[in-house]
Design a protein. Structure first.
Length: 253
């Protein structure tokens, strides 16, 4: 089950954290991986890891908020591997700031990367996937995405972008079903990643958050990657337009 041999996958935001974990997990299942992010050197390090495991991968520098660059990189990936079957829209940023202090530029930066970037990459991927009438697009959102009862103080721009991802996914799932493309969302809770570490959340705030999680711990990136692998596989053929929460029971509490 969950074999991805000969499938070609592109992962955004893949140089570290969850993106890197997704790359390694997909490669272990036999997928050929295009590792993309804004830092080419760090992407090349991920490629080395994949190759050391016996997998096949290549690194590409890509800013998901730049439409021209997205189209160019997708063309390069397809030229190298001959096709594209799976997209993992993982690229995202988070920097906390109170809503009253947010500048228009900061708002735009967050939405450009976290939401517009997912649309640009999904659109580029779907054009290729439609040729083979088979595709998997997996968008990464967050438990803090609206209608969950979880907000983030200082995160109005972030939560707006992540809520948009879910709305975008549901619509694309409907539009692209006839093309053989399944589009789903994974919404992680508190996961131990460099982005969380760089947000420098106060220790008390982190403890308070984890106290709301029934499993009483922060999640690991590979625990999200396991779901990525499933949704990328043939076994997920009847799943589209769905949101999956990986949150240690946070929303159930």
């Amino acid at each position: 089950m969950f074999e991805l041999k000969n499938k070609v996958v592109l992962v955004t935001g893949a140089r570290r954290g969850m993106g890197k974990s997704h790359c390694l997990a997909l490669a272990r299942q036999g997928a050929k991986v295009a590792v993309t992010d804004i830092d080419l050197k760090e992407c090349e390090e991920v490629v080395k890891e994949i190759k050391n495991q016996g997998g096949e991968a290549a690194a590409f520098k890509m800013d998901v908020s730049n439409a021209k660059e997205v189209e160019q990189v997708f063309d390069e990936v397809i030229k190298k591997f001959g096709r594209l079957d799976i997209l993992v829209n993982n690229a995202g940023i988070f920097f906390p700031k109170p809503a009253l202090d947010l500048t228009e530029e900061e708002w735009d930066k967050m939405l450009d990367i976290n939401l517009k970037g997912q649309f640009l990459c999904a659109r580029a991927a779907a054009k290729e996937m439609a040729k083979n009438r088979w595709g998997r697009i997996i968008n990464i959102s967050s438990v803090a995405s609206g209608q969950t009862g979880i907000g983030i103080a200082g995160g109005a721009h972030y939560t707006a972008s992540k809520g948009g991802v879910i709305g975008l996914t549901e619509t694309l799932a409907i539009e692209w079903a006839e093309l053989g493309i399944n589009v789903n969302v994974i919404a992680p809770g508190a996961i131990d990643t460099p982005m969380i570490q760089e947000a420098q959340l106060p220790e008390e705030a982190l403890k308070a958050m984890l106290n709301q999680v029934p499993l009483k711990r922060i999640g690991r990136a590979e625990e999200v990657s396991a779901l990525v692998v499933f949704l990328a596989s043939e076994e997920a053929s009847y799943i589209t337009g769905a949101t999956f929460y990986v949150d240690g029971g946070w929303l159930a509490a």
